[in-house]
Design a protein around this ligand. Structure first.
Ligand code: FAD
Ligand code: FES
Length: 337
């Protein structure tokens, strides 16, 4: 694959009990990316190569490494493997950075960077980048953690806040411990009103579980926020969509791929339908970000809604992302080169 890079693990930092930062040095020199973008890694887990997408937490242009801050998901195959087995000196493969969640696209100078859990990672890249390049930006950082011990980047945030008068940091926890003086509780309009009374006048970058981001979007809109100024990054997608054999539904259209023909229900993507038939289309994010599931559309038409995982040139050449496309006619697809 032409966009593949080899990365050497040069440092591993413990952030919290279940989050580590992996610092990686690309063999081919510094990578070009925008703060907020992500990369898909190809990881050798128990004899298989598994693909997972992670945000880059480091700021672009700061040296020749990138950092990824990764939570070991309790049942996670790849993230638990990374925490246990990935060591300094190891070489891994990755795909070039991608994604539309980019601070470079902001329209205003009044920002709110809002996260929950490891969703802080792409926002930290943005904050670090702003600290390097646009110190006058008015930034409000709001982060939810489960407990005070789970707060990510606490020391660095305190330093940044001391150095930049236009940065305001607020942290909320859902389970406080003795001595905690920050916000306590789940996201709510009341809590937001206390923490960020001018939220509706800020452009928001938000990353966390889907329900959390939905709640934030509603609150931002209720406070008068412009919906075009609310940007989100989804982490929650399961890399290989799980088939649910109990769901009975008539296929709306058919897909021909690698000599097989299968049906796609009106409500599912080509990737989900293929997975239901045990047909493997490689997948790194299931969110239209990483480009891993790109296939060529040979016949028919699809409706595609992606998140930056495919270029305009590729779209014009009838490539599509299987995870982000729903057929609107019978289609024929083939593996992309
Ligand atoms: C654009 C993008 C950027 C991302 N950036 C980061 C990052 O910076 N740091 C980070 O830690 N992760 C990030 N993720 C999530 C990451 O790609 C993995 O999905 C996640 O870490 C779990 O991988 P796994 O192989 O360990 O779990 P899997 O083996 O894939 O899943 C195990 C179980 O956990 C559930 N699950 C998987 N992922 C999640 C999730 N995120 N939330 C809730 N349940 C889940 C699944 O339903 C499944 O039941 C990002 C994802 C995307 C799409
Ligand atoms: S799997 Fe990442 S874009 Fe489809």
């Amino acid at each position: 694959m032409s966009n593949q890079v080899r990365l050497k693990v040069v440092e591993i930092r413990n952030e919290t009990a279940d989050v580590k930062t992996f610092v990686l040095r690309p063999e081919s020199g510094p990578l070009a990316y925008d703060a907020g973008q992500s990369m898909t890694l190809l990881l050798p887990v128990d004899g298989r190569t598994l693909l997972r997408t992670f945000s880059i937490a480091s700021a672009p242009g700061r040296g020749d490494t990138i950092a990824m801050t990764i939570k070991a998901h309790p049942q996670g195959v790849v993230t638990r493997w990374m925490h246990r087995h990935l060591s300094i000196g190891d070489m891994i493969e990755g795909q070039a950075p991608r994604g539309r969640f980019r601070i470079a696209d902001r329209r205003t100078g009044r920002l709110a960077l809002i996260s929950a859990g490891s969703g802080a990672s792409p926002l930290m890249a943005m904050l670090r980048h702003l600290a390097d390049t646009a110190v006058d930006t008015d930034v409000f950082w709001l982060h939810w953690a489960r407990t005070p011990a789970d707060i990510l980047f606490a020391g660095e945030l305190a330093e940044l806040q001391n150095a930049h008068s236009r940065l305001k940091v607020a942290i909320a926890v859902t389970q406080a411990s003795p001595g905690w003086f920050g916000f306590i509780g789940r996201p709510s309009r009341q809590l937001l009103a206390a923490a960020a009374p001018d939220l509706g006048r800020r452009e928001v970058y938000c990353c966390g579980p889907t329900g959390f981001m939905d709640e934030m979007r509603l609150i931002h809109a209720a406070e008068g926020g412009d919906r075009d100024q609310f940007h989100i990054e989804h982490f929650g997608a399961v890399a290989e969509p799980v088939a649910d054999p109990s769901r009975q539904s008539t296929a709306s259209f058919t897909v021909q791929f690698r000599g097989r023909t299968f049906g796609v229900r009106g409500d599912e993507t080509i990737l989900a339908a293929a997975t239901r038939q045990n047909i493997v289309i490689p997948c790194g994010c299931a969110s239209g970000i990483c480009g891993t599931c790109r296939v060529k559309l040979v016949a028919g038409d699809v409706a595609m809604r992606h998140n930056g995982g495919i270029s305009a040139e590729d779209e014009a050449a009838r490539y599509i992302l299987a995870c982000s496309s729903r057929p609107v006619s019978d289609i024929v697809i083939e593996v992309s080169n």
